[in-house]
Design a protein around this ligand. Sequence first.
Ligand code: PBG
Length: 324
Amino acid sequence: MSFPIHRPRRLRHNKVIRNMVRETLLTPNDFIYPMFVTFGKGVRKKISSMPGCAQLSVDEAVKDAQHAYKLGIPAIILFGIPEHKDEKGTEAYNAKGIVQKAIKAIKDKVPDLVVITDVCMCEYMSHGHCGVIKSGKILNDPTLELLAKEALSHAKAGVDMVAPSDMMDGRIMAIRDILDGNGFEDIPIMSYAAKYASAFYSPFREAAESTPAFGDRRSYQMDPANRREAMKEVALDIEEGADIVMVKPALSYMDIISDVKDSFDVPVAAYNVSGEYSMVKAAAKLGWIDEMKVVMEILTSLKRAGADIILTYHAVDAARELNK
Ligand code: PBG
């Protein structure tokens, strides 16, 4: 017999009891804060489609990294906006490139902050695709060499972890090989393992200036209709040496987060992407939602779904709120 013996409301009676039985606790330690670095000095160029985010020159990025660290956020992930783009994405693996400079400057000033880099070619290619192009096709294997070079140059600059986001086949192994071959066997790889071809990335592409000049990313990123395929992608990346696997985007993909968490014994990251962020910001601006409450609900839900780590542009605001 259920009611009147069972009354679940007994455990919701007051705040103290609710806190005692709460299953999911969100803390600033759960977050990775994404940052966009660009050339110049004293630059803080607002990104109109992502209110609260900006492209930062290295000196400004150091300040924001310090601020994030003080709030208890353990890690940031860097995206670079180079001064020049070309067909080979040269700036991606230039030892004096923008990300390489940012890594050094941030590690110098905030040594205990974990600095992660997004490893991908799209921000550095004149055509905005994540790989090498020949006759209108995005080539897989020739791209691996560039990604490996990019990861190695980040390692040489002092990065703590690399995060390949390109979705080429075999890239985890290619990166693991080159890192190990150069004495960087202790640098972990966080793989964007189940990354979908999503319309939720469009504000990011304005932020990172990486919109493809033609076509879309559906020949390399996953079809949003597929669930089982995510298991295959994750299994392959773990086999190739991924230490952390990521599901991206997050909100429309909580089933995937949950599946990955249940099936694999490695930490799971979820990327609360730009479009998810901007929708919250827009609705809040219109007065339709309470921004901080919605942010907390979203981030808690991602953790409840199985995310051990959450990449989110809300990280700084959420950490401030959690520290209150
Ligand atoms: C680069 C990359 C993208 C994002 C992270 N790394 C864009 C893309 O694949 O088009 C998206 C992040 C976001 O939307 O917040 N490949």
